[in-house]
Structure formats: structure tokens, C-alpha cells
Design a protein around this ligand. Structure first.
Ligand SMILES: [Zn+2]
Length: 272
């Protein structure tokens, strides 16, 4: 087996994940556009602000027409429960409905096939993981910081690197920027956009994004892009002697070989 690399032979990936479909996401989207980073917004489709009203509270949601701002190629819209109910405190049929009603509504609103999610309140148990899987969800983010840049081992119990307010984050960003990794590294920052207003730290976030933007050795990707690439890399099949690899997936996978890059196209068998 050869070590996996990200697309184009890169070893670092950066992504964002922001919850609740809040009005303040609009400002974050502008910053993401300015600094050309990609990420995911986890939206409870059933909770909106009424059209024609002004956002007044701290945690105001978007109106349905404001949510059109998510329609950008650098954004993934993902499930967050139709009405943001705690997945561990509802019956199994209610849980199925929370997930599927949200998925169906988001697909109607934004098109495509919604395959990502974040747990409302970060709450999950084995049943919610199982139901998500059956509903076609590939990953679901928790709120438990991993404080590492390692790739996730369990995408349905996904642990982010850190929340944007975490005091450990600046040091982790420096490590991400400066280290020469031997294996793929992922910096995954999450939060809620209204927290920037509440804590008066929009500038801090802009500094982070400025620092992390435009780097040649970083793959800027949404959550689902990284997840599905990782799943494709893990699905590669090797010959008994490990000298031949077959790619049964629909994604090209990059592998690292003595400083050189090997690509394995969909359906291709490659000698190593
Ligand atoms: Zn939430």
C-alpha cells in the first residue's frame, strides 16, 4: 500500500463547517469568497425567519430568499435536522423524519443529492449513526474537538479539529501551516456565525482565513469533497503482493510513491 495523497498530490486540506442557517452566515460567505476557501453550512430547512422581517435577535435565521446565498460552488449545504431536534431525544420514526425531511427540503431548495450532516446540539448515539447511514448520509459532524490534524477514522462520528473560539486553535493553525506532513492532514474549523458578533471577533476569523488562503500546498474543499475522497481512497483494492492497485470508485485517487505521485483513475488497475 502506498500513502494516500489528496487530489493533485497535496497533503493538506482545509475546510469549514457552520451551523443553523443563521443570518450572519451571509457575512461568512463573503469572507469565504474573498479568501477563496470552501466549506459547509448545516441548515435546519424548517426554521426560517419570516420574509420581509429584519434580523433583530442574536441568533436570527435567514429567510428562505436570503438562503439563496448558499447557492455557490464553494459551498456545500448539509442536513442539520429539519427542526433542529436533539437526535437522542426523539423516537426512531421522528429521527428518520428529521433527517429525511431536511434532506428532501434542502435538495428541493439547492438541487443535487445532499449527503452530509451535522448533529443538532452535537448529540448522537449508535441509533442516530445507523439511521443516518440508512438515509444516505456519508458523514455527520459532532462538536467534540479532536485537536489533531489527522484524517477522521469514523466519518459518521466526525470530530472537528477545533471550534473557531478555541484558544488552542492558533497553535494548531501554525502547525498546519508549517509542518511537512508525511500523511494527509486536515484542518477542520467549525462554529456558528452569530458567535462572531456575540464575542466581537469577526476580525479574528478574517485573520485566520487570510493566513490560510492562497496556499499552493493546501486543498480547499467542502466537507463532503474531503469525506468522499477519503472513502474512495479507502476503497482501493490491492493485489496480494501489494504491487498492483485497482480503483473501483468514480473518483481519481492520488498516491505517494518515493516522492512521486501515482494516480489511479476510476475503474483503473495500476502497477506500483
Ligand atoms: Zn445547531
Amino acid at each position: 500500500m502506498l500513502p494516500t495523497l489528496f487530489p493533485n498530490g497535496l497533503k493538506k486540506a482545509f475546510t469549514l463547517s457552520y451551523d443553523d442557517g443563521c443570518y450572519d452566515d451571509l457575512k461568512l460567505i463573503e469572507l469565504m469568497k474573498t479568501y477563496q476557501v470552501r466549506g459547509t453550512f448545516n441548515v435546519s430547512s424548517g426554521i426560517t425567519r419570516a420574509e420581509g422581517t429584519e434580523p433583530t435577535g442574536h441568533w436570527e435565521r435567514m429567510t428562505k430568499s436570503e438562503r439563496k446565498a448558499y447557492n455557490q460552488d464553494f459551498i456545500e449545504v448539509a442536513v442539520h435536522g429539519e427542526t433542529h431536534r436533539d437526535f437522542t431525544k426523539i423516537t426512531e420514526p421522528e429521527l428518520v423524519y428529521e433527517i429525511m425531511a431536511d434532506k428532501a427540503a434542502l435538495e428541493k431548495e439547492f438541487g443535487g443529492v445532499t449527503r452530509g450532516a451535522a448533529y443538532p446540539y452535537g448529540s448522537f448515539n449508535d441509533l442516530s449513526v445507523e439511521i443516518l447511514k440508512r438515509c444516505g448520509i456519508k458523514y455527520c459532524r459532532t462538536v467534540w474537538s479532536d485537536y489533531s490534524l489527522n484524517m477522521p477514522t469514523d466519518w459518521l462520528r466526525l470530530r472537528p479539529t477545533a471550534h473557531h473560539d478555541d484558544p488552542k486553535l492558533p497553535e494548531i493553525i501554525e502547525t498546519f501551516l508549517n509542518e511537512e506532513p508525511k500523511q494527509p492532514r486536515m484542518l477542520y474549523i467549525w462554529g456558528h456565525a452569530p458567535e462572531f458578533k456575540l464575542h466581537g471577533n469577526w476580525e479574528m476569523m478574517e485573520e485566520y482565513l487570510k493566513k490560510l488562503s492562497g496556499l499552493e500546498d493546501v486543498w480547499y474543499a467542502t466537507n463532503i469533497e474531503i469525506c468522499e475522497y477519503d472513502l474512495a481512497a479507502k476503497a482501493l483494492e490491492y493485489s496480494a503482493d501489494g504491487k498492483c492497485v485497482y480503483n473501483p470508485t468514480a473518483k481519481t485517487v492520488w498516491l505517494g510513491k518515493f516522492g512521486e505521485t501515482v494516480t489511479v483513475a476510476p475503474g483503473e488497475t495500476v502497477k506500483l
